[in-house]
Design a protein around this ligand. Structure first.
Ligand SMILES: NC(=O)c1ccc[n+]([C@@H]2O[C@H](COP(=O)([O-])OP(=O)(O)OC[C@H]3O[C@@H](n4cnc5c(N)ncnc54)[C@H](OP(=O)(O)O)[C@@H]3O)[C@@H](O)[C@H]2O)c1
Length: 318
């Protein structure tokens, strides 16, 4: 396993298991198989609705001596309905209870937008807070208190743009330790990666394998092939005698980006884990850098439109 090292010496494994849309009832087995394969990093979130099942799998694996708490890296995320400063600690405590843990290794603000408590995906205007009504710095102040109290060893953000990160740093003097964002060859995030390197935080990539074979309506409209069918990626994979998924994950690792591919299937979990041993050449890296399309699988339109006061520009920046 390769790691990135935080300022206090803690090490985050560069590959973790994503758990979004891990089907209810299959999550438990998925976590147990991943631990047997060697995964120690698990990317969770309150909003995925499966933390209790994950917690049971982690507890059983620890009870059976497969892994210790110290060997695990557990990330979770604060949902949009708990952005007021006083709501942050109850939210992490709820997550910790579900996960059967005393602390998280990393806790992230899931999205830079706020909704009224108890309305996870509101459709009525009155159930949203308007952009800025609860400042991101207020939520960030709540997150920093969790680190002081030891409830989360590290704190950061997710889906934040450069301006939002600069704002919370300006208001609190504290740099988030991580920004979890969508990154893959069709959305390379060079601006945020440069900002992370110059400011001193890490990036975790979600959708690191572009959802496998998925070709959604937007991709069809734009004639974008699935990542697995992309000619350049297939050619590199054939040259290295490796699956395309390894090429995608090695590309992230060699850019110094953590990846959290999701799979509930033990064979694919193992395949993704083994990407750690693949090395791309500079020519491969250069060829992949030409694939940028500004394409988002997670475009955040589900938070916008209708009576929502948010636009996609509020979330991703102008
Ligand atoms: N912060 C955020 O807002 C945010 C947003 C989205 C995701 N995330 C996190 O990032 C994780 C990863 O993102 P994601 O799950 O959306 O997408 P992903 O990891 O890019 O793709 C997962 C999909 O690809 C399939 N797959 C996995 N390994 C494969 C392989 N080697 N070859 C072909 N197909 C493969 C999986 O199916 P099987 O399960 O059947 O293998 C699943 O359908 C999430 O689980 C979540 O933890 C965070």
């Amino acid at each position: 396993m390769k790691y990135l090292t935080f300022k206090n010496g803690d090490k985050i494994p560069m590959i973790g298991l994503g758990t979004y849309k891990a089907d209810e009832g299959r999550v438990y087995e998925g976590i147990r198989s991943a631990i047997k394969i060697g995964y120690r990093h698990f990317d969770c979130a309150h909003n995925y609705g499966n933390e209790a099942e994950i917690g049971q799998a982690l507890a059983d694996a620890m009870a059976e001596g497969e892994v210790t708490r110290e060997e695990l890296w557990i990330t979770s995320k604060l949902w949009n309905d708990s952005h007021q400063e006083h709501e942050v600690e109850p939210a992490i405590k709820h997550t910790l209870k579900n996960l059967q843990l005393d602390y998280l290794d990393l806790y992230l603000i899931h999205w830079p937008m706020a909704v009224k408590h108890g309305h996870e995906f509101p459709d009525k205007a009155e159930n949203f807070y308007k952009p800025g009504e609860i400042s991101l710095s207020e939520t960030w102040a709540g997150m920093l208190k969790l680190r002081e109290k030891g409830l989360a060893k590290h704190v950061g953000v997710s889906n934040f743009n450069v301006a939002q990160i600069n704002q919370i740093i300006a208001d609190t003097g504290e740099v988030p330790e991580m920004n979890q964002i969508e990154v893959h060859p069709y959305l390379q995030q060079n601006e945020l990666k440069e900002h992370a390197d110059s400011t001193g935080y890490f990036i975790t990539a979600y959708k690191p394998i572009g959802s496998g074979d998925l070709v959604n309506e937007n991709m069809k409209k734009r004639g974008i092939p699935s990542m697995m069918q992309n000619e350049t990626l297939v050619k590199i994979a054939e040259e290295l005698n490796a699956p395309v998924s390894h090429v995608l994950l090695a590309w992230l690792r060699q850019r110094g980006i953590v990846a959290v591919p999701k799979s509930s299937n033990a064979t694919r979990q193992e395949e993704n884990f083994k990407s750690m041993s693949l090395e791309l050449t500079d020519d491969h890296m250069d060829a992949i850098s030409t694939l940028e399309k500004g394409f988002r699988y997670v475009d955040a339109t589900f938070f916008c439109g209708g009576e929502s006061p948010y636009t996609v520009e509020d979330i991703w920046g102008k």
